[in-house]
Design a protein around this ligand. Structure first.
Ligand code: DGL
Length: 271
């Protein structure tokens, strides 16, 4: 495997850019190829069988681009399809669940941890299993928050946005009652709502961003495998989407900042 090969990253759409942002911050020297499956988003309401099929197609496409490692930058795909994709690919594959679970365990003092994510992620119990595998005595409380995804895409996310606060209050009240001290943001979009979620949960609850933890896990794996690029910067980014590059470019600014989402190409997929 070549050290100079790119890292492949895929998500159901735009949200995985929160993971890419962290990868770019930590590994600015690495080339990346991002695939956003915008024609088939959302994955968060689909069955595991369908997400498996989409994930494998996405992974095979990125493999055909010569990647040295694949990051499943989608909590739903990681929750349902990580082992399936790992078995099928000859390169290492990292998901976002394990790194997020490890960070939550490190952060929690009381052992009472909340997890928020899409319906499919929560139904899969992937975070519960990952956390319990690390420490069986943990008490875990889960909540699906499907409306957070469109709120983040609409940009209604700030700490003083009344709609975001109302929605967050309604979803998160049961978790607050459980007196958790750590909350895993188990969906790619939720880091954008971090301020509103923090406002509702209060300062005593630590918010865990799986994206940042996944970037750290990726850096470590590349280093351990001797696949880390030595130069200090200069990584090239390219993007593929399965629908409307224009919309991806426009929304991408919200996730990655101005001028970062260039070179977006369209990839045709079957529905
Ligand atoms: N990327 C998905 C996740 O992290 C959220 C959007 C979707 O439902 O596809 O779970």
């Amino acid at each position: 495997m070549k050290v100079s090969a790119p890292i492949g990253v895929f998500d159901s759409g735009i949200g995985g850019l929160t993971v890419l942002r962290e990868l770019m911050r930590l590994l600015p020297q690495e080339d990346t190829i991002y695939l956003g499956d915008t024609a088939r988003v959302p994955y968060g309401i689909r069955s595991a069988r369908v997400v498996n099929r989409y994930s494998l197609q996405n992974a095979r496409f990125l493999l055909s681009q010569g990647i040295k490692l694949l990051v499943l930058a989608c909590n739903t795909a990681s929750a349902t399809s990580l082992a399936y994709v790992q078995r099928a690919l000859p390169v290492p594959v990292i998901g976002v669940i394990e790194p997020g679970a490890r960070a939550a365990l490190r952060a929690s003092r009381s052992g009472r941890i909340g997890v928020v994510g899409t319906e499919t992620t929560i139904r899969s119990k992937a975070y519960v299993k990952a956390l319990k595998a690390l420490e069986p005595s943990l008490k875990i409380f889960s909540q699906a928050c499907p409306l957070f995804v469109p709120l983040a895409e609409e940009g209604w996310c700030s700490r003083d946005d009344q709609v975001a606060l109302l929605v967050a209050e309604r979803y998160l009240r049961p978790l607050r009652r459980q007196r958790i001290d750590t909350l895993v943001l188990g969906c790619t979009h939720y880091p954008l709502l971090r301020d509103a979620i923090a406002e509702v949960m209060g300062p005593q609850v630590v918010l865990i961003d799986s994206a940042a933890e996944t970037a750290r896990a990726t850096a470590k794996l590349l280093k351990d495998m001797g696949l880390l690029r030595r130069r200090a910067s200069g990584g090239r980014r390219s993007f593929f989407v399965t629908d409307s590059p224009q919309r991806f470019r426009a929304l991408g600014r919200r996730f990655l900042g101005d001028g970062q989402v260039e070179n977006v190409q369209l990839l045709e997929v079957m529905q």
